[in-house]
Design a protein around this ligand. Structure first.
Ligand SMILES: NC(=O)c1ccc[n+]([C@@H]2O[C@H](COP(=O)([O-])OP(=O)(O)OC[C@H]3O[C@@H](n4cnc5c(N)ncnc54)[C@H](O)[C@@H]3O)[C@@H](O)[C@H]2O)c1
Length: 253
């Protein structure tokens, strides 16, 4: 199977670190010109530097996915500087480690606005610019389907925000089909990034996770990038509305 994104323009949110950086690098490696957007300009700049070093084409843009004006500016800059927009990855996401008793309204809004409302704003604004059709992938998580209690307690705001992603994905897939845009989601299991703030490769974390993992390791950002690149490609042209686990078998039992 050959995956190519030659002559395609992609926009990735949260491309300044972790999974978003791996996705941006993978899409550029597969031939796309990539707009690397993030609230962290330093992070986005570094991703662009890594892509350029490998011979790819990318630009860095500051964009907070909660702020419509910033999303509109990033999409307009992408079209103007890279010549169009075909592929979008709603990757930006956050978590805070608060249990129900300590969870504040502000924390709820912070996490839900970035993880769920941000995907809506980006999909709405970007799809208007995707005049030749294309594909969108939204980042979900196994925690959209099960409660992992990863820091010894639940994160209700994170579970709720990500629980909305599969249904948002289906609704977008239905509405955007008429424009020739496919929409899918990937649901990573534990991936080795700075996301949760702790070391997920240590013996204590591995003892907890190995009760569920069928593949005996944590995931790497490239594991997710591989699935995203496939779903965005023509090799996945008959797939829309799907929620694909990339989880080492976490959701299997
Ligand atoms: N790491 C995991 O184990 C894991 C598991 C399941 C799902 N995910 C999902 O994968 C995605 C990426 O996570 P990661 O592990 O790479 O985390 P990360 O913290 O390394 O990267 C998140 C990126 O999003 C950016 N960001 C934060 N707020 C933003 C905003 N308002 N607007 C734009 N960008 C913003 C950050 O600056 C950062 O570059 C998230 O949606 C997360 O929920 C991660």
């Amino acid at each position: 199977m050959i995956i190519t994104h030659d002559h395609k323009v992609a926009l990735v949110t949260g491309a300044g670190s972790g999974i978003g950086r791996a996705i941006a690098r993978r899409l550029a490696g597969d031939g796309a010109a990539v707009a690397c957007t993030d609230v962290s300009t330093e992070g986005a700049d570094e991703t662009v530097r890594l892509i350029a070093e490998a011979g790819g084409r990318a630009i860095a843009l500051r964009c907070d996915v909660r702020v419509r004006a910033e999303v509109e500016a990033a999409v307009a800059a992408t079209v103007e500087q890279l010549g169009g927009l075909h592929l979008v990855v709603n990757n930006a996401g956050v978590v805070t480690m608060s249990d129900l008793d300590h969870l504040t309204d502000d924390e709820w809004d912070f996490v839900v606005d970035i993880n769920l409302k941000g995907q809506f704003i980006v999909a709405q604004v970007a799809s208007r610019a995707m005049t030749d059709g294309g594909a969108i992938v939204n980042l979900s998580t196994v925690e959209a389907s099960v409660v992992v209690s990863s820091s010894g307690h639940c994160q209700p705001h994170y579970n709720a925000s990500k629980g909305g992603v599969p249904m948002l994905t289906k609704a977008l897939a239905v509405e955007l089909a008429a424009k020739g845009i496919r929409v899918n989601a990937v649901a990573p299991g534990p991936i080795n990034t700075r996301f949760s703030g702790g070391d997920i490769t240590g013996p204590e974390a591995m003892a907890f996770m190995s009760q569920r993992l069928l593949v005996p390791r944590v995931g790497e950002p490239d594991d997710v990038a591989n699935a995203v690149s496939f779903l965005l490609s023509d090799q996945a042209s008959f797939i829309s509305g799907a929620h694909l686990p990339v989880d080492g078998g976490w959701l299997t039992r």
